[in-house]
Design a protein around this ligand. Sequence first.
Ligand SMILES: Cc1cc2nc3c(=O)[nH]c(=O)nc-3n(C[C@H](O)[C@H](O)[C@H](O)COP(=O)(O)OP(=O)(O)OC[C@H]3O[C@@H](n4cnc5c(N)ncnc54)[C@H](O)[C@@H]3O)c2cc1C
Ligand code: FES
Length: 231
Amino acid sequence: MRRERRRVERADDVGPYRLLRLERDGLDAGEPGQFFMLEAPGRLLPRPLSVCLATPAELAFLIDPVGPGTRPLAALAPGDAIHLLGPLGRGFRLDVERPLLVGGGIGIAPLPYLSARLGGPPALLGFRTAGHAEAAALLPGAEVVIDPVLVTDALPSGHDVLACGPEPMLRALTAIYPDAQLAWEAPMACGYGACYGCAVELDGRLQRLCIEGPVVAARRVTGASTMRAGR
Ligand SMILES: Cc1cc2nc3c(=O)[nH]c(=O)nc-3n(C[C@H](O)[C@H](O)[C@H](O)COP(=O)(O)OP(=O)(O)OC[C@H]3O[C@@H](n4cnc5c(N)ncnc54)[C@H](O)[C@@H]3O)c2cc1C
Ligand code: FES
């Protein structure tokens, strides 16, 4: 794994989010749910972003521009260069029989790539507003609910759930589907196990989410609200 430099091919608004498409040029996309540390020009601290789309020519990342790490990434334009490191962490297991993808808000980010790898399984997405729900266009055919309706109100039974979204959504899914594969978030400074900034309680002890996850079986998350609340 090396720190690589790539050119921005395109950047498009998707509702309030920004889809940043980078030239792939031989980069390993990793497994769905894995992530890259992306470094905006002039910024010392990179930020973790999930692979959203992987084509032979491009890797794309969906960005929610919430702060000093993500806003400059969302402001990049075609022709700009960017440094990135990855793929990192552990992604989703793909050996499931009846997959159902569940996403909440920016948690939709890893699902288009996951859907492509699983051959387009059913998907259920929840968003705060109709504007945020424009991102559902990245997952054609998905069922969409908007607050105050929650994904847990519309959840069918008998599926292998693979999910990414805000912490309350993931905790609600854990109660219903203890075997679900959930992509969690924690603040990550390095992304490869060196800083311990991402330590969360798994299996009753603190472990590094960037090494053990970000995708972990629901029943392994034993800590109280140690992870960052989602949006
Ligand atoms: C493995 C992994 C994969 C990720 N993939 C993506 C992705 O594909 N797309 C994406 O947009 N983000 C993703 N994130 C989250 C993203 O890395 C963080 O939102 C980012 O670190 C924010 O950095 P910042 O410097 O812009 O904002 P910060 O300075 O960290 O925060 C700015 C403000 O936003 C708030 N904030 C930041 N993040 C969150 C959050 N998650 N929930 C609630 N409030 C928040 C802070 O409290 C603060 O008020 C991922 C995180 C992890 C760990
Ligand atoms: S982000 Fe540094 S150890 Fe996990």
